[in-house]
Design a protein around this ligand. Structure first.
Ligand SMILES: Cc1ncc(COP(=O)(O)O)c(C=O)c1O
Length: 376
Protein backbone atom coordinates (compact mmCIF):
# COMPACT_ATOMS: atom_id res chain seq x y z
CA UNK A 1 0.00 0.00 0.00
CA UNK A 2 1.64 3.23 -1.10
CA UNK A 3 0.49 5.82 1.44
CA UNK A 4 2.78 8.51 0.01
CA UNK A 5 1.18 8.19 -3.41
CA UNK A 6 -2.34 8.03 -1.93
CA UNK A 7 -1.64 11.19 0.06
CA UNK A 8 -0.46 12.99 -3.08
CA UNK A 9 -3.71 12.14 -4.87
CA UNK A 10 -6.07 13.01 -2.02
CA UNK A 11 -4.55 15.98 -0.16
CA UNK A 12 -3.68 19.52 -1.22
CA UNK A 13 0.11 19.53 -1.45
CA UNK A 14 0.91 22.14 1.22
CA UNK A 15 3.31 19.97 3.22
CA UNK A 16 6.76 18.72 2.23
CA UNK A 17 6.48 15.62 4.38
CA UNK A 18 9.31 13.29 5.31
CA UNK A 19 8.77 9.84 3.79
CA UNK A 20 7.69 8.00 6.90
CA UNK A 21 4.22 6.86 8.00
CA UNK A 22 3.95 6.87 11.79
CA UNK A 23 1.46 4.54 13.39
CA UNK A 24 1.94 4.62 17.14
CA UNK A 25 3.95 6.18 19.92
CA UNK A 26 5.11 5.45 23.46
CA UNK A 27 6.83 8.09 25.61
CA UNK A 28 9.63 9.62 23.52
CA UNK A 29 9.41 6.88 20.92
CA UNK A 30 7.53 6.58 17.64
CA UNK A 31 6.90 3.49 15.49
CA UNK A 32 6.24 3.49 11.75
CA UNK A 33 3.92 1.16 9.83
CA UNK A 34 6.75 -1.37 9.45
CA UNK A 35 7.39 -1.40 13.20
CA UNK A 36 10.67 0.58 12.96
CA UNK A 37 11.44 2.54 16.15
CA UNK A 38 12.44 6.24 16.22
CA UNK A 39 13.44 8.63 19.01
CA UNK A 40 11.18 11.67 18.76
CA UNK A 41 13.06 14.95 19.24
CA UNK A 42 10.21 16.99 17.69
CA UNK A 43 7.12 15.98 19.76
CA UNK A 44 4.68 17.08 17.07
CA UNK A 45 6.44 20.49 17.03
CA UNK A 46 6.70 21.18 20.76
CA UNK A 47 3.28 19.70 21.38
CA UNK A 48 3.29 16.17 22.87
CA UNK A 49 5.12 17.29 25.99
CA UNK A 50 3.91 14.48 28.27
CA UNK A 51 5.10 11.90 25.72
CA UNK A 52 3.07 9.67 23.43
CA UNK A 53 0.27 7.46 24.81
CA UNK A 54 0.63 8.56 28.42
CA UNK A 55 -1.50 6.12 30.50
CA UNK A 56 -2.99 8.78 32.82
CA UNK A 57 -3.84 11.01 29.86
CA UNK A 58 -5.60 8.09 28.14
CA UNK A 59 -7.49 7.30 31.36
CA UNK A 60 -8.66 10.88 31.97
CA UNK A 61 -9.69 11.58 28.35
CA UNK A 62 -11.40 8.15 28.03
CA UNK A 63 -13.42 8.82 31.20
CA UNK A 64 -14.63 12.11 29.73
CA UNK A 65 -15.21 10.57 26.28
CA UNK A 66 -17.65 8.10 27.84
CA UNK A 67 -19.55 10.85 29.69
CA UNK A 68 -19.84 13.84 27.34
CA UNK A 69 -17.85 15.23 24.40
CA UNK A 70 -19.50 18.48 23.42
CA UNK A 71 -22.47 20.71 24.18
CA UNK A 72 -21.23 24.11 22.87
CA UNK A 73 -20.64 27.33 24.79
CA UNK A 74 -24.36 27.98 25.15
CA UNK A 75 -24.08 26.12 28.48
CA UNK A 76 -21.79 25.78 31.49
CA UNK A 77 -19.47 22.77 31.60
CA UNK A 78 -17.27 21.85 34.55
CA UNK A 79 -13.92 20.94 32.86
CA UNK A 80 -13.78 24.32 31.06
CA UNK A 81 -14.23 26.23 34.32
CA UNK A 82 -11.70 23.99 36.12
CA UNK A 83 -9.22 24.54 33.28
CA UNK A 84 -9.54 28.32 33.46
CA UNK A 85 -9.04 28.19 37.25
CA UNK A 86 -5.95 26.01 36.86
CA UNK A 87 -4.51 28.31 34.17
CA UNK A 88 -4.99 31.32 36.46
CA UNK A 89 -2.82 29.52 38.99
CA UNK A 90 0.00 28.44 36.65
CA UNK A 91 0.10 31.40 34.25
CA UNK A 92 -0.72 34.38 36.46
CA UNK A 93 -3.16 35.68 33.84
CA UNK A 94 -6.60 36.61 35.20
CA UNK A 95 -9.24 35.43 32.71
CA UNK A 96 -9.35 33.07 29.72
CA UNK A 97 -11.01 32.33 26.40
CA UNK A 98 -10.62 28.95 24.71
CA UNK A 99 -10.23 28.14 21.02
CA UNK A 100 -8.76 25.29 18.97
CA UNK A 101 -5.31 26.25 17.71
CA UNK A 102 -2.45 28.73 17.92
CA UNK A 103 -3.50 30.83 14.97
CA UNK A 104 -7.00 31.19 16.41
CA UNK A 105 -5.57 32.30 19.73
CA UNK A 106 -3.53 35.00 17.96
CA UNK A 107 -6.53 35.99 15.85
CA UNK A 108 -8.58 36.55 19.01
CA UNK A 109 -5.73 38.42 20.71
CA UNK A 110 -5.50 40.89 17.81
CA UNK A 111 -9.26 41.44 17.92
CA UNK A 112 -9.16 42.04 21.69
CA UNK A 113 -6.31 44.56 21.22
CA UNK A 114 -8.29 46.56 18.66
CA UNK A 115 -11.44 46.46 20.76
CA UNK A 116 -9.91 47.62 24.01
CA UNK A 117 -7.57 50.30 22.60
CA UNK A 118 -9.79 51.59 19.77
CA UNK A 119 -6.58 51.61 17.66
CA UNK A 120 -5.80 49.71 14.48
CA UNK A 121 -2.09 49.02 13.83
CA UNK A 122 0.17 46.18 14.98
CA UNK A 123 3.89 45.99 15.58
CA UNK A 124 5.58 42.58 15.27
CA UNK A 125 9.20 41.48 14.81
CA UNK A 126 11.60 40.02 12.30
CA UNK A 127 11.55 36.22 12.36
CA UNK A 128 8.10 36.10 13.95
CA UNK A 129 5.63 33.32 13.28
CA UNK A 130 2.12 33.74 14.65
CA UNK A 131 -0.01 31.61 12.32
CA UNK A 132 -1.66 31.34 8.92
CA UNK A 133 -5.10 32.94 9.19
CA UNK A 134 -5.41 36.46 7.81
CA UNK A 135 -4.97 38.31 11.12
CA UNK A 136 -2.11 36.21 12.46
CA UNK A 137 -0.49 36.19 9.01
CA UNK A 138 -0.45 39.99 9.17
CA UNK A 139 2.00 39.78 12.08
CA UNK A 140 3.99 36.83 10.70
CA UNK A 141 7.23 38.06 9.20
CA UNK A 142 8.05 35.66 6.36
CA UNK A 143 7.32 37.33 3.02
CA UNK A 144 6.70 33.97 1.30
CA UNK A 145 3.80 33.21 3.66
CA UNK A 146 2.29 36.72 3.49
CA UNK A 147 2.67 37.90 -0.10
CA UNK A 148 0.04 35.74 -1.89
CA UNK A 149 -2.64 36.84 0.59
CA UNK A 150 -2.19 40.61 0.74
CA UNK A 151 -3.72 43.04 1.58
CA UNK A 152 -3.45 42.05 5.22
CA UNK A 153 -3.93 44.06 8.43
CA UNK A 154 -1.86 47.21 8.92
CA UNK A 155 1.37 46.01 10.54
CA UNK A 156 5.09 46.76 10.72
CA UNK A 157 8.11 44.65 11.71
CA UNK A 158 10.93 45.85 13.94
CA UNK A 159 14.17 43.98 14.55
CA UNK A 160 13.76 41.29 17.24
CA UNK A 161 15.78 41.98 20.39
CA UNK A 162 16.64 45.54 19.33
CA UNK A 163 15.24 47.93 22.00
CA UNK A 164 15.53 50.92 19.66
CA UNK A 165 11.79 51.02 18.88
CA UNK A 166 11.11 54.77 18.94
CA UNK A 167 10.51 55.12 15.19
CA UNK A 168 7.76 52.47 15.28
CA UNK A 169 5.73 54.28 17.90
CA UNK A 170 2.54 56.14 16.98
CA UNK A 171 -0.85 56.85 18.50
CA UNK A 172 -2.65 54.33 16.30
CA UNK A 173 -0.75 51.29 17.62
CA UNK A 174 -3.17 48.70 19.09
CA UNK A 175 -0.61 46.08 20.06
CA UNK A 176 2.97 44.92 20.08
CA UNK A 177 3.03 41.15 19.60
CA UNK A 178 6.03 38.92 20.18
CA UNK A 179 7.24 35.43 20.97
CA UNK A 180 9.27 35.46 24.23
CA UNK A 181 11.49 32.93 22.45
CA UNK A 182 11.43 33.06 18.65
CA UNK A 183 10.40 29.53 17.64
CA UNK A 184 10.00 28.99 13.92
CA UNK A 185 12.90 31.36 13.25
CA UNK A 186 15.25 28.95 15.01
CA UNK A 187 14.98 29.41 18.83
CA UNK A 188 16.20 32.86 19.93
CA UNK A 189 15.24 34.01 23.46
CA UNK A 190 14.19 37.63 24.02
CA UNK A 191 16.62 39.79 26.00
CA UNK A 192 15.46 41.43 29.22
CA UNK A 193 16.36 44.97 28.04
CA UNK A 194 14.27 44.51 24.89
CA UNK A 195 11.23 43.39 26.90
CA UNK A 196 11.73 46.16 29.44
CA UNK A 197 11.67 48.80 26.69
CA UNK A 198 8.49 47.35 25.17
CA UNK A 199 6.70 47.63 28.52
CA UNK A 200 8.04 51.17 29.06
CA UNK A 201 6.70 52.23 25.64
CA UNK A 202 3.37 50.55 26.37
CA UNK A 203 2.88 52.84 29.35
CA UNK A 204 3.78 55.88 27.22
CA UNK A 205 1.71 55.07 24.09
CA UNK A 206 -1.20 53.01 25.44
CA UNK A 207 -0.96 49.90 23.26
CA UNK A 208 -1.28 46.38 24.68
CA UNK A 209 1.51 43.81 24.82
CA UNK A 210 0.66 40.36 23.47
CA UNK A 211 3.02 37.50 24.35
CA UNK A 212 2.58 34.62 21.93
CA UNK A 213 3.37 31.59 24.10
CA UNK A 214 1.88 29.08 21.66
CA UNK A 215 5.22 27.30 21.35
CA UNK A 216 6.89 28.29 24.62
CA UNK A 217 4.06 27.49 27.05
CA UNK A 218 3.47 24.58 29.42
CA UNK A 219 7.00 24.00 30.63
CA UNK A 220 8.79 23.99 27.29
CA UNK A 221 11.44 26.53 28.35
CA UNK A 222 11.96 25.27 31.91
CA UNK A 223 9.26 27.57 33.36
CA UNK A 224 5.50 27.18 33.08
CA UNK A 225 5.58 30.04 30.56
CA UNK A 226 8.60 31.74 28.99
CA UNK A 227 7.46 35.11 30.37
CA UNK A 228 8.38 33.80 33.83
CA UNK A 229 12.10 33.95 33.03
CA UNK A 230 11.96 37.74 33.28
CA UNK A 231 8.82 38.33 35.32
CA UNK A 232 6.90 40.53 32.84
CA UNK A 233 3.10 40.19 32.73
CA UNK A 234 1.65 40.83 29.26
CA UNK A 235 -1.84 42.26 28.78
CA UNK A 236 -2.74 39.30 26.58
CA UNK A 237 -1.10 35.89 26.23
CA UNK A 238 -1.77 33.20 23.62
CA UNK A 239 -1.26 29.47 24.12
CA UNK A 240 -1.90 26.21 22.21
CA UNK A 241 0.43 23.35 21.08
CA UNK A 242 1.34 21.55 24.36
CA UNK A 243 -1.86 22.73 26.04
CA UNK A 244 -3.65 19.45 25.21
CA UNK A 245 -0.62 17.23 24.47
CA UNK A 246 -1.73 16.87 20.86
CA UNK A 247 -5.47 17.22 21.49
CA UNK A 248 -6.40 20.45 19.62
CA UNK A 249 -7.01 23.29 22.07
CA UNK A 250 -5.79 26.88 22.28
CA UNK A 251 -6.34 29.69 24.73
CA UNK A 252 -6.06 33.41 25.33
CA UNK A 253 -5.20 34.68 28.79
CA UNK A 254 -5.84 38.33 29.64
CA UNK A 255 -5.51 40.71 32.57
CA UNK A 256 -8.57 41.77 34.55
CA UNK A 257 -8.36 45.25 32.90
CA UNK A 258 -8.56 43.71 29.42
CA UNK A 259 -11.38 41.33 30.39
CA UNK A 260 -13.46 44.22 31.73
CA UNK A 261 -13.45 45.91 28.32
CA UNK A 262 -14.69 42.85 26.42
CA UNK A 263 -18.41 42.22 26.16
CA UNK A 264 -20.81 39.34 25.44
CA UNK A 265 -21.04 38.43 21.76
CA UNK A 266 -17.77 40.08 20.70
CA UNK A 267 -15.97 36.77 20.25
CA UNK A 268 -16.81 33.07 20.33
CA UNK A 269 -16.18 29.54 19.08
CA UNK A 270 -18.31 26.40 18.68
CA UNK A 271 -15.64 23.93 19.75
CA UNK A 272 -13.44 26.26 21.84
CA UNK A 273 -12.78 24.71 25.26
CA UNK A 274 -15.30 21.94 24.77
CA UNK A 275 -15.63 19.29 27.45
CA UNK A 276 -13.26 16.79 25.88
CA UNK A 277 -10.59 19.32 24.91
CA UNK A 278 -10.68 20.90 28.36
CA UNK A 279 -10.32 17.51 30.03
CA UNK A 280 -7.31 16.78 27.76
CA UNK A 281 -5.71 20.03 28.85
CA UNK A 282 -6.48 19.41 32.54
CA UNK A 283 -4.91 15.94 32.25
CA UNK A 284 -1.84 17.46 30.59
CA UNK A 285 -1.35 19.96 33.41
CA UNK A 286 -1.95 17.24 36.04
CA UNK A 287 0.79 15.09 34.47
CA UNK A 288 3.22 18.01 34.10
CA UNK A 289 2.74 18.74 37.82
CA UNK A 290 2.85 15.11 39.05
CA UNK A 291 6.00 14.29 37.07
CA UNK A 292 7.78 17.63 37.65
CA UNK A 293 8.13 18.13 33.91
CA UNK A 294 8.80 21.88 34.14
CA UNK A 295 11.85 21.09 36.27
CA UNK A 296 12.81 18.20 34.00
CA UNK A 297 12.65 20.54 31.02
CA UNK A 298 15.19 22.85 32.61
CA UNK A 299 17.44 19.99 33.77
CA UNK A 300 17.33 17.95 30.56
CA UNK A 301 17.61 21.12 28.46
CA UNK A 302 20.94 21.87 30.14
CA UNK A 303 22.08 18.29 29.63
CA UNK A 304 21.10 18.36 25.94
CA UNK A 305 23.01 21.62 25.41
CA UNK A 306 26.07 20.16 27.17
CA UNK A 307 25.99 17.05 24.99
CA UNK A 308 25.41 19.02 21.77
CA UNK A 309 28.39 21.23 22.62
CA UNK A 310 30.60 18.18 22.28
CA UNK A 311 29.56 17.50 18.68
CA UNK A 312 31.84 18.61 15.84
CA UNK A 313 28.85 19.23 13.50
CA UNK A 314 27.41 21.88 15.89
CA UNK A 315 28.72 25.43 15.34
CA UNK A 316 26.69 27.21 18.05
CA UNK A 317 23.73 26.58 20.39
CA UNK A 318 20.99 28.73 21.91
CA UNK A 319 17.75 28.09 23.77
CA UNK A 320 15.91 27.77 27.04
CA UNK A 321 14.91 24.48 28.73
CA UNK A 322 13.97 21.85 26.17
CA UNK A 323 13.65 24.41 23.38
CA UNK A 324 17.07 24.32 21.82
CA UNK A 325 18.41 25.57 18.49
CA UNK A 326 21.73 24.51 16.98
CA UNK A 327 23.61 26.02 14.06
CA UNK A 328 24.83 23.28 11.73
CA UNK A 329 25.77 22.96 8.07
CA UNK A 330 23.10 21.63 5.70
CA UNK A 331 20.44 20.83 8.30
CA UNK A 332 17.92 19.31 5.81
CA UNK A 333 20.48 16.66 4.90
CA UNK A 334 21.15 15.94 8.59
CA UNK A 335 17.42 15.55 9.26
CA UNK A 336 17.14 13.08 6.37
CA UNK A 337 20.13 11.01 7.50
CA UNK A 338 18.96 11.01 11.13
CA UNK A 339 15.51 9.78 10.12
CA UNK A 340 17.05 6.81 8.29
CA UNK A 341 18.90 5.98 11.50
CA UNK A 342 15.80 6.17 13.71
CA UNK A 343 16.02 9.75 14.99
CA UNK A 344 13.26 12.30 14.33
CA UNK A 345 14.71 15.82 14.05
CA UNK A 346 13.45 19.14 12.74
CA UNK A 347 15.24 21.94 10.94
CA UNK A 348 13.89 25.50 11.04
CA UNK A 349 16.16 26.74 8.24
CA UNK A 350 18.95 25.50 5.98
CA UNK A 351 21.48 25.89 8.80
CA UNK A 352 19.55 25.28 12.02
CA UNK A 353 18.16 22.32 13.93
CA UNK A 354 15.40 22.76 16.52
CA UNK A 355 15.19 20.28 19.41
CA UNK A 356 11.79 20.25 21.14
CA UNK A 357 11.40 16.67 22.47
CA UNK A 358 8.74 15.46 24.92
CA UNK A 359 9.45 16.95 28.36
CA UNK A 360 9.56 13.39 29.79
CA UNK A 361 12.88 12.75 28.03
CA UNK A 362 15.73 11.34 30.16
CA UNK A 363 19.54 11.30 29.96
CA UNK A 364 19.72 7.90 28.24
CA UNK A 365 17.41 9.09 25.48
CA UNK A 366 19.43 12.28 24.99
CA UNK A 367 22.60 10.12 24.87
CA UNK A 368 20.93 7.99 22.16
CA UNK A 369 20.18 11.15 20.14
CA UNK A 370 23.80 12.31 20.46
CA UNK A 371 25.10 8.86 19.53
CA UNK A 372 23.13 8.93 16.27
CA UNK A 373 24.18 12.52 15.49
CA UNK A 374 27.78 11.48 16.14
CA UNK A 375 27.51 8.63 13.68
CA UNK A 376 26.22 10.80 10.82
C1 LIG B 1 4.57 31.14 18.27
C2 LIG B 1 3.50 30.53 17.42
N1 LIG B 1 2.32 31.15 17.30
C3 LIG B 1 1.31 30.64 16.56
C4 LIG B 1 1.47 29.44 15.88
C5 LIG B 1 0.34 28.88 15.08
O1 LIG B 1 -0.20 27.78 15.74
P1 LIG B 1 -1.14 26.72 14.96
O2 LIG B 1 -0.27 26.00 14.00
O3 LIG B 1 -1.68 25.86 16.06
O4 LIG B 1 -2.20 27.52 14.29
C6 LIG B 1 2.69 28.75 15.98
C7 LIG B 1 2.90 27.49 15.25
O5 LIG B 1 4.01 27.04 15.03
C8 LIG B 1 3.73 29.31 16.76
O6 LIG B 1 4.92 28.70 16.88
Amino acid sequence: MDWVERERKALIQFYLRKKVVFERGDGCWLYDVDGKKYLDMVAGIATVSIGHSHPLFIERVSEQLKKLIHVSNLYYTIPQIQLAEKLKEISGMDKFFFCNSGTEAVEGALKFARKITGKKKFLAFTGSFHGRTLGSLSVTHKEKFRKPFEPLLDSEFAEYNNPDLGKFMNNNLAAVILEPVLGEAGVFPAKKEFLKEIFRLRDEYGFVVIFDEVQTGFGRTGRWFAKDHHGFKPDIMTMAKAMGSGFPIGGIGVTEEVAEKLAAGEHGSTFGGNVLASSASLATIEIIEKENLVENSEKMGKYLVKRLEGLSIVESIRGLGLMVGAKVENSPKLVEKALNKGLVLNNTSEDALRFVPPLVIDKEEIDYCIEILNSI
